[in-house]
Ligand binder design. Structure first.
Ligand SMILES: Cc1cc2nc3c(=O)[nH]c(=O)nc-3n(C[C@H](O)[C@H](O)[C@H](O)COP(=O)(O)OP(=O)(O)OC[C@H]3O[C@@H](n4cnc5c(N)ncnc54)[C@H](O)[C@@H]3O)c2cc1C
Length: 316
């Protein structure tokens, strides 16, 4: 199933989820436990994030070596194992960072042979340990270039000329930023770059998390105004600890509305903070559904309990 077909054929807003691979050396069982908690809510598809290696510098014999160490490997393995174990379409995230175009092509062929039909195409974050995103010297600088390469392969156009080349068949999602991507000079520029990603062949957009319905609404209105017509799935992250109020804005470059911060900070116990956070997320989802969104994409970050509680609150 292509995600875009699921969206277009759905009679009501779809539910989709995003999980993160466990740290290296951790069992996959925890992810299965998360899946067991969320599968009763019938998600249409599951995204699995991809992480660039962390860059560490190690000294040996007076020489300093730059060593990439992968902390969260396993994206494709998780996609295959979850698709096999549960009746759900899995969507690996695919990033520019760390790959040459040739490595990208080969990795896409692997996904195609595995039967994976959907990809979320991203530039990727800067590697941990590096201040800026640094593209591979033979790789892509922007997600739009990756989208273009995938679209070409969907037409049977590979990097080298091949006789009777078999086309791939990927449905391509991309990321959008209702509060602007933090590196973009302004909102208009960022939206123009988003439009370019769609023109290169992206079928739909998933947004960065946001906590205010009006932020999403304004983003969609402005995107439509400049001719972005593809579905825009809102990304929702349930907040449930006071720590989230500082970590989330710092890490994801998003803001949390004043009233939400106040209410959570004034709660007396951890349990009350959690309850308020989940309730606020459910209210946001209800507003989005009333507005007519094509689906809701929940960032679980591996936390099955908060996602389950949010969905129970929303549906109960
Ligand atoms: C739904 C979602 C899932 C994500 N999953 C992952 C993940 O699994 N792994 C991970 O590492 N990160 C992930 N991220 C984070 C993402 O990789 C970062 O936000 C990254 O900094 C930007 O990625 P992008 O694909 O949006 O990049 P791009 O679309 O390439 O944009 C990056 C920046 O470049 C600008 N830009 C784009 N094109 C041009 C151009 N032609 N000229 C000048 N400027 C341009 C944009 O305005 C923006 O500021 C995710 C983000 C979202 C919203």
């Amino acid at each position: 199933m292509h995600v875009i077909d699921a969206i277009n054929n759905a009679k009501e807003p779809l539910l989709s989820l995003e999980i993160t691979p466990p740290n290296k050396g951790t069992s996959i069982d925890e992810l299965y436990q998360t899946m067991d908690k969320v599968m009763p809510f019938n998600p249409a598809f599951l995204n699995v994030t991809y992480h660039q290696p962390q860059v560490v510098y190690e000294e040996k014999d007076n020489v300093i070596y730059r060593i990439p160490k992968r902390k969260k490997p396993g994206t494709v393995g998780i996609c295959a194992s979850i698709a096999n174990r549960y009746d759900i379409e899995t969507v690996p995230h695919f990033i520019c960072g760390g790959f040459s175009k040739y490595e990208t092509e080969d990795a896409l062929i692997d996904l195609h042979f595995l039967g994976i039909k959907n990809i979320l195409a991203l530039r990727g974050d800067a590697a941990v340990g590096e201040r800026h995103f640094i593209p591979h010297r033979d790789g892509h600088r922007y997600a739009s270039e990756l989208v273009k390469q995938i679209s070409k392969m969907n037409r049977g156009v590979y990097l080298e000329e091949l006789e009777d080349a078999h086309p791939t068949n990927f449905c391509i999602g991309v990321a959008g930023y209702p509060e602007k991507h933090f590196e973009a000079a302004n909102f208009e520029k960022d939206l123009a770059h988003l439009k370019h990603k769609v023109e290169q062949g992206a079928h739909y957009i998933i947004t960065q998390m946001f906590f205010d319905f009006d932020v999403y609404k304004r983003f969609v209105e402005r995107a439509r105004k400049i001719g972005i017509t593809v579905p825009i799935l809102p990304g929702v992250k349930p907040l449930y600890t006071l720590n989230h109020l500082t970590f989330i804005p710092r890490y994801f470059h998003v803001s949390i509305p004043h009233h939400m911060v106040e209410t959570m900070e004034n709660a007396r116990t951890k349990e009350k903070v959690r309850k308020i956070g989940i309730q606020k997320s459910a209210e946001l989802c209800k507003q989005l559904i009333d507005y007519g969104v094509p689906g809701i994409h929940i960032y679980t970050m591996g936390r099955g309990n908060s996602t389950r509680d949010l969905l129970q609150e929303l549906m109960g």
